[in-house]
Design a protein around this ligand. Structure first.
Ligand code: CDP
Length: 218
């Protein structure tokens, strides 16, 4: 493990629809740092398991898949075992099952190792997820926990992917509950994270604030 590269990580965690992806991408472009969406990794494993019709409750089977898969998560494309999963991983089927797969400790151990390798290979980066500040990069130079009201989060998801606002709000609520109550690396704000509520704020305004915090620390 290369500790210095991990120090050059900006960790962005938070629940669904808090604005993580938009803000993390904008920040990485501004700071000329690489960007990693760790949620896309869990989504891709879920996609591949569903494609193979594997029993998602079979922990060992899904762990084996996670360990063996050839996974590429880039800015524009997510490819797993040669399948382009970019669009499918955002659909309701994968979204409905991803928290179950992400609660599997074997899957998490494998994804965590890949995320740490990625950071070492790229000399840090802007990394978003649920446990990035708490577990994966405890030495990150900057840790941000993004939040927003449940109403705003549901509305954002509907604007992005369509759907019925009541159903989407329920699906977000279910996923938040599973993510924050699981035994392994639950969604939580690290004690040294800066908590930023994005509910009534423009993206650029939030990105400015995080950029400023980062520049104060390097
Ligand atoms: O985009 P959204 O916030 O809706 O979700 P995501 O970041 O794509 O993450 C999808 C799911 O992956 C989450 O609901 C978690 O169950 C899981 N996840 C995780 O467990 N740990 C991470 N570091 C990132 C995502």
């Amino acid at each position: 493990m290369v500790v210095d590269a991990h120090h050059r990580v900006i960790a962005i965690d938070g629940p669904a629809g808090a604005g993580k992806s938009t803000i993390a991408k904008a920040l990485s472009a501004r700071l000329n740092m690489k960007y990693l969406d760790t949620g896309a990794m869990y989504r891709a494993v879920t996609f591949e398991a569903m494609l193979r019709e594997l029993d998602l409750d079979n922990q060992q089977l899904i762990t084996d898949l996670a360990q063996e898969c050839d996974l590429h998560v880039g800015l524009d494309r997510v490819i797993i075992n040669g399948h382009d999963a970019t669009t499918a991983i955002r659909g309701p089927e994968v979204t409905g099952n991803v928290s179950k797969v992400a609660a599997n400790s074997g899957v998490r151990t494998e994804m965590r190792a890949r995320q740490q390798e990625w950071a070492s290979a790229h000399n840090g980066g802007v990394i978003e997820g649920r446990d990035i500040a708490t577990v994966v990069f405890p030495n990150a130079v900057l840790k941000v926990f993004l939040t927003a009201s449940p109403e705003v989060r549901a509305r954002r998801r509907v604007e992005q992917h369509g759907g019925n606002v009541i159903e989407i709000a329920q699906s977000i609520k279910d996923r938040d509950l599973l993510d924050s109550t699981r035994a392994d690396s639950p969604l939580a704000s690290a004690s040294d994270s800066v908590v930023v509520d994005t509910s009534d704020r423009a993206i650029d305004d939030v990105v400015d604030e995080i950029e400023q915090l980062f520049r104060e620390r390097i």
